[in-house]
Design a binder for this molecule. Structure first.
Ligand SMILES: [Zn+2]
Ligand SMILES: [Zn+2]
Length: 138
């Protein structure tokens, strides 16, 4: 069952604030990762520092993860199963050269044996190519 925003925040010990809820619920509707600039653009009336801090909180608490991209980092909510102390960032990311969208490929993750024996805080596996959608429309 899908968690409500409140449940998701509570499970990561994140205090509910209006801005946090807005950003979380916006990111939840998207399938692709977003850059800070894109998030700022969507919330153009909001204070940029607040947006940045909100994302930092999401990262620290494991609610979201940061993805290396062509020129700038992108942000995406983490899979629900990911607990605060157990960041689920060890999967492949895919950048489509055509639609320029970065997506999480949780099905391509590092083997558990490796993630259990090492403490991996951050991983940068970025594959580039053409995504399923763009391949079909070619
Ligand atoms: Zn594409
Ligand atoms: Zn990801």
């Amino acid at each position: 069952m899908k968690k409500t925003t409140e449940e998701a925040f509570n499970s990561k010990n994140i205090r509910l604030t209006t801005m946090r809820i807005l950003i979380y619920e916006y990111m939840e509707t998207l399938t692709a990762a977003l850059s800070l600039a894109e998030i700022e653009k969507h919330f153009h009336k909001a204070d940029k520092v607040t947006i940045y801090r909100t994302l930092q909180t999401f990262l620290e608490k494991g609610l979201a993860h940061k993805i290396p991209d062509e020129n700038e980092a992108k942000y995406r909510l983490s899979a629900e199963s990911c607990a605060e102390e157990d960041h689920n960032d060890t999967h492949l990311h895919f950048y489509c050269k055509k639609c320029r969208q970065t997506t999480c490929r949780e099905e391509i993750a590092l083997p558990k044996s490796l993630t259990e024996s090492l403490q991996i805080d951050e991983i940068q596996i970025l594959a580039k190519g053409i995504c399923e959608k763009c391949l079909k429309s070619q």
